[in-house]
Write a protein of this length. Structure first.
Length: 85
């Protein structure tokens, strides 16, 4: 299992547009990708689950990736966060 943490810089947090793009990016991989905010967690392949976390600017999230293509998914998802959030 791979994981990383990221502090959200986007002034709107993870709102509809970046959440949709994140779900699309996560959907490219077979691995289970989970995002955590505080005590809550969501499957990153489910839009409403991700939006339901209500991630705001300044929040720190943790993402775990577990599966056969976890290494590639880690590079891709972490890069997505750095470039979009």
């Amino acid at each position: 299992m791979k994981e990383f943490t990221y502090k959200i810089c986007d002034e709107l947090g993870i709102h509809a547009r970046p959440a949709g793009l994140a779900v699309k990016e996560a959907g490219k991989f077979k691995s289970k990708i989970t995002i955590y905010k505080d005590e809550k967690q969501a499957d990153m392949k489910r839009l409403f689950a991700v939006m339901g976390l209500s991630v705001k600017q300044g929040d720190t999230v943790r993402v775990t990736i577990d599966g056969e293509d976890e290494e590639q998914a880690l590079v891709s998802i972490e890069g997505f966060f750095r470039n979009n959030l």
